[in-house]
Design a protein around this ligand. Sequence first.
Ligand code: COA
Length: 702
Amino acid sequence: MATSIDGLMQPKSIAVVGASAQPGKIGYTVVKNLIDSGFKGALYPVNPSATEILGLKCYPTINDIPGDVDAAAITVPAKFCPEVVEECGKKGVKGLYIITSGFSEVGNKDLENQMVETARRYGTRILGPNIVGYLSNSDGLNASFAPFLPLKGKASLVSQSGALLIAIDASSYLRHVGFDKLVSIGNMSDVDFADNIRWLNNDPNTTCISLYIEGFKDGRAFIDASREAHKPIIALKAGTSAHGAAAAASHTGSLAGAAKVYGAAFQQAGVIQASDLDNLFDRTLALSMQPPMKGDNLLIITNGGGVGVLATDSAEKYGIPLKFAPADVQVELKKHMPDFGSAKNPVDLTGMAGNEWYGDSVKYAYAHPWVDGLVVLYCETAITDPVAIAKSIKQAIDESGVKGKPVTASFVGGEHSAEAMKYLVENGIPAYGAPDIAVNAMGALREYARMQELIAEPVTSCAPTDRKAALEIIAQARAEGRSSLTEIEAKQVFSSYGLPVTSTVLAKSEDEAVKLAKEIGFPVVMKIVSPDILHKSDAGGVKVNIKDEDAVRDAYRAILANSFKYKPTANIHGVAVQEMAPWGTEVILGSVNDPTFGPTMMFGLGGIFVEVLKDVTFRVAPVPANQALRMLGEIRGAPILAGVRGEKPRHRQAMADTICMYSSMILDLQDEISESDANPVLLYEEGRGVKVVDARIILKKK
Ligand code: COA
């Protein structure tokens, strides 16, 4: 078991190995920053030749330091690092901030692994290498070459990019978004996001965990750590554009872009996403200061119709559409506005609203049980004082005596409005220069509450499985040197995990096809069975609605002729004869074995246009049926499943159960299956279940 990262996160004594007396060097800056940040613990510069650096006694090696050392910042060139890590291990240093670059990020993996192996032997934890360092306001600790400690605040940020961390550090003052800790995580050779999330979750000085992510080494560890956290986590994920989808052999493979898979994983992990850097700041501010919005009722109070309308649009955009305020709220609020105001929602106090009207209406509305979240907007006028209004808002919130309900604000105006917002933020109310941002921030607080509800739901399980039968089919295909299963084999595998497949049998001759068709019952479907022909329709290898013996014979001959023509070298097993399932809504199920998150499931509208419509949604397996039901609601075509134009609603629970079984299958067979599709799956009306009519499994290379 890995040792704790306490030594890294809350050291009582720090050495700087590679400390330098030369201004401009990183080894100098780190020592200076530790002094300037007011670090109260013992500080030991280590340098082979210097006797004193910045007034501190200097030691030739870490071993010469008389007392214990909790953490060491390493600023020696890469080639010396393994030796320094060994010395630190011997000294019993608990954690290392390895600032030095020149490791796996430039292909120098061996050097990095060597350090990690050494550190593991001694139980020393490594942050980095290739980091800016670590900063903590509550510990007065700047063990980095970032310019200074960030503006004090309650969020803590973990960043995979050092440059971005420095930028966030410096701009925290301009943006009035404060942080307690900034953790540069670099190459994540040892300490990763999951370690940080677990530690920060127990840190009394952190109320929100903010992440800048480029990629994970272990996506599932991230999901587990995030799900266990009881604080909001917000992530900005970079690099979501291309994901090697081009080489995919299945529909699912070609649709599973990084953005979609990461999006699914964040959702399952209960992690809120930021759309860009500004949004990361804005949402972090709200999540670090305000409680989650536990219901859907948002009330907006404004002094301007225009910003009220803008905020109304935003509310819909961010998943908290406005409803009219209840009658009692309207009656009471009408008392704090002129006749031409509106108390419906948005509540328009009109441009005449001063601090009294604002104060009275905020105090009443905030305390009203119908209101789950409050957004207060203000446009600067010549007859009102923004700072006085900000103060009246704060006072009203305090005097309401209500806790556990979120409020955000937006003041649109000039310097006075900026001053008013600064006051609000310093007093725990997130305030922004545009109404859209204030509503977006409230949207994040609502999202957090919804995600917590989802995570708290009990996990439902699926039907029993027959793993042995599935493995035998796969082993047989592998023994024949194949990298994919035929449709019949794939259906057998599906069926061994409880998936409802159409009965399909292989005919090796025309006569056999006739016999089997009679056994199944007309009409039947006939399809080519060849590991070399994946797209059967394209090859003219599929005939449907075959009604009698003659038609079976015609179809058999035509399918073989077409397939030989399509691919003369194809190895043809025969022709599958299968029951012709009645018409149903065509959906697709599929899977990829994602490099970061492992087996990942797709659901969406299926059929031949699946890659054009791209109406699909993803989850990392396993997907319990209750979560699968949510997938059904996420696609654009969700209303089709609910029943449109006189059609009855589809059998959603059967679909969700099937997704659950499919996800168990891909998890259980993750060492065997690389990609798979069930397309189409026919989804019938309520009570009639689903039927998988086509199946494809691509095997993992071994
Ligand atoms: N123990 C203690 N001190 C040692 C040492 C050892 N084993 N080996 C070397 N040193 C000392 C050097 O003597 C020097 O001190 P001096 O100025 O008194 O001579 C000091 O360590 C630094 O070594 P130096 O060779 O001068 O390197 P540098 O300062 O030019 O560069 C790094 C060192 C670590 C800053 C550089 O290699 C590097 O990685 N820079 C990139 C950092 C970065 O960008 N990180 C990621 C941000 S996202």
